[in-house]
Design a protein around this ligand. Structure first.
Ligand code: CTP
Length: 409
């Protein structure tokens, strides 16, 4: 296998947390892959791991002092030279500094001078990761095309467990390989030349001219996927059920109301789609007929006869299977309130999708109507990625990572 990281310059920024020791392992993996690794430590990182360890592994000097070697402008030089940069681990403080463009040490000045793709791998206690300030910073970074990798849900310092654990060095290595293979632009461009169709929001099935059967979907997850796909270079069609949300930049929006209209819009775009992400909450049933005039209270409680709508995702899966094709890559969502993952697996199989994003909508802090989500991503080959509570922009990128993996496989 060609090693995408061979002879590539990787800027490895390490900020100060217990997990900084894992950066040593990542440095070793990168070195083993043939990358030229420039390590930059923050002052905090230096208190957790020593420069000497990295220097021993990499056989090259490690820098941390912005005032060293002023004439050679090392921060600009290192920023320019890098093919890819990663901050591993990224503390809450360093995430905040990067999000707001602060440049108060060698790492942050170097990254401001860098034009290569940037990956940040947050590591912190759950409360810090879930704080509104940190969430906002992660979202800001993701919206600028920065790849926010993790954190994982697992053991933390001091016996705690939860979201906030640094992703493993092997995961970071894999991501760096993918990012480097995706091209040199600041914004990741691994979907450039591809067309992504995203459905979003909750459909409305009319009962009469003023009433409808609807659901609580806000459309935020689907809009986040559309925005992320556009940032990554895709031509994006967003088939949107009624939503107040603003259309993301460069995305073509197709407004629909009912499940049937959504189906027609999706099938009209099918021919050009490389990936279809069905984030919409589609009504499973609709009134057989909508009353032409408003139902009057005085006429007593109406009996509304319902009929099933077509399952769009299942129809897409069946058509693709009948054609013996592997594209478009089909991504479904499962909104569940119990046995989420088991139900998700059943949906993945029954609808013949490639990827299913399982969403436990019974939690108050995630899922419907809120900015965050917590999902498990399953693929048809048994792959499983658990994404702890994070802004929907971050989740969107993780979903697209899996989809891009299948597209390029
Ligand atoms: N879906 C669809 N068309 C429908 C219903 C659902 O394309 N008529 C898609 C959704 O967009 C989502 C996936 O199927 O990607 C799962 O939706 P969900 O509501 O979780 O599942 P249902 O199939 O409706 O199953 P159930 O109501 O039993 O949970």
């Amino acid at each position: 296998m060609d090693e995408p990281l061979a002879d590539r310059r990787v800027l490895l920024g390490v900020s100060g947390g217990i997990a900084a020791y894992k950066a040593v392992l990542l440095a070793r993996l990168l070195h083993g892959a043939g990358a030229e690794v420039d390590v930059v430590l923050t002052a905090g990182a230096e208190r957790f791991v020593g420069a000497a360890t990295f220097e021993g592994i990499l056989a090259r000097p490690v820098r941390s002092d912005v005032f060293a070697d002023i004439p050679r402008e090392t921060h600009v030089a290192a920023g320019r030279a890098a093919d890819v940069a990663i901050v591993y681990p990224a503390t809450a403080h360093t995430l905040a500094r990067l999000a707001h463009g602060l440049a108060d040490d060698l790492l942050t000045t170097t990254l401001l001078a860098a034009t290569c793709p940037l990956v940040v791998a947050p590591a912190m206690h759950t409360e810090m990761w879930e704080h509104g300030a940190t969430r906002h910073n992660a979202e800001l970074l993701a919206s600028r095309g920065v790849h926010v990798l993790g954190p994982d849900d697992g053991a933390l310092m001091g016996g705690d467990t939860g979201p906030g654990r640094l992703v493993e060095p092997e995961t970071a290595l894999h991501t760096l390989r993918t990012v480097v293979a995706g091209g040199p632009a600041l914004e990741r461009s691994d979907l450039s030349g591809r067309t992504v169709v995203v459905t979003a929001g909750g459909t409305r099935e009319p009962v009469d001219p003023v009433r409808y059967l609807g659901n609580r979907s806000s459309g935020r997850m689907g809009f986040a996927v559309a925005a992320a796909a556009a940032r990554r270079g895709a031509r994006v069609h967003l088939v949107a059920a009624p939503s107040e949300l603003t259309t993301p930049a460069t995305v073509t929006r197709h407004d629909v109301v009912t499940a049937d209209q959504m189906r027609q819009a999706v099938f009209a775009l099918l021919g050009e789609a490389d990936v279809i992400v069905k984030a919409a909450a589609v009504a499973d049933f609709r009134p057989v007929t909508a009353a032409a005039t408003k139902l009057k209270k005085g006429d007593g409680p109406p009996v509304i006869e319902l009929t099933a709508t077509v399952d769009i995702l299942a129809e897409l899966g069946a058509e693709r299977a009948a054609a013996g094709a592997t594209t478009p890559v089909l991504v479904g969502f499962a909104a569940e309130t119990d046995d989420a993952e088991a139900n998700g697996l059943v949906k993945l199989r029954n609808k013949q999708a490639d990827i299913l994003v399982v969403n436990d909508v019974s939690a108050a802090d995630a899922g419907f109507e809120v900015a965050d989500n917590r999902v498990v991503i399953l693929d048809r080959d048994g792959g499983r990625w658990s994404v702890p509570l994070a802004p929907k922009a971050v989740i969107a990128d993780r979903i697209l990572d899996v989809a891009v993996g299948r597209l390029t496989a």
